[in-house]
Design a protein around this ligand. Structure first.
Ligand SMILES: C[S@@+](CC[C@H](N)C(=O)[O-])C[C@H]1O[C@@H](n2cnc3c(N)ncnc32)[C@H](O)[C@@H]1O
Length: 204
């Protein structure tokens, strides 16, 4: 199974509130976004959003320029069905973040929870950073959350990389400065605990 088939299978066979990464409310992401992008005009992309409720929460807070990208069309369908008419102003992109063409400087905020850590190949990570550098405006913020250095080694049957905040920042190079980092202990629907590292990066 390739990457697209893997994730399509996940979202077509599992209820979205049973997967290990499910959050009823993405509290930390919302708090960070409120801090770095208080203006409701902010252009925000959630990369590898899956069926996350971050979009619902941002819409209810009045954010107007939202883009939701995921490699799985099925995941996006779940979110669109849940949102109903509220989904209309959102831009939905079913694509691999490593391959999609993103407009230059199109976003003020790039949010990724639990996607970058699946990139176990250095060339894929370099490609991801290239995509980010294209799509984010200078002075914009990237919020990237991965498994922490004591987090899980696998997720959804796939190997993951684990990061301390220092190690995660280093992946993004000189083009970014670290604004803040956070540790989150995420409780999965089955009651397990997964440690995450969040970094907030500003593109110079
Ligand atoms: C662990 S889930 C996290 C979902 C969501 N960010 C959240 O916090 O609930 C990883 C997501 O990344 C998506 N994904 C994996 N690789 C991707 C890629 N190369 N491009 C875009 N999306 C990808 C998967 O379909 C899945 O929805």
């Amino acid at each position: 199974m390739n990457r697209t088939e893997h994730w399509e299978h996940v979202y077509r066979t599992k209820a979205v509130d049973t997967v290990s990464w499910y959050q009823a409310e993405p509290t930390l992401s919302l708090a960070i976004i409120a801090e770095v992008a208080p203006s409701r005009d902010a252009r925000i992309i959630d990369v590898g959003a899956g069926a996350s409720r971050l979009t619902d929460a941002l819409l209810s807070r009045g954010y107007e320029h939202l883009t939701v990208l995921d490699i799985s069309e099925a995941a996006l369908e779940v979110s669109r069905a849940r949102l109903g008419d509220a989904a209309a102003p959102v831009t939905w992109i079913a694509a691999d973040v490593l391959e999609v063409t993103l407009a230059p400087s199109a976003y003020d905020v790039w949010h990724d929870r639990a996607v970058f850590h699946f990139l176990t190949d250095a060339a894929d990570r370099a490609r991801y950073v290239q995509q980010l550098c294209t799509a984010l405006r200078a002075g914009g913020y990237a919020i990237v959350a991965t498994f922490a250095d004591d987090g899980p080694l696998r997720c959804s049957g796939l190997e993951t990389c684990r990061y301390s905040d220092i190690a995660l920042v280093a992946e993004f190079g000189e083009a970014f400065e670290l604004v803040a980092s956070h540790r989150e202990e995420h409780t999965t629907p089955s009651g397990g605990v997964q440690a995450f590292t969040y970094v907030v990066l500003r593109m110079r």
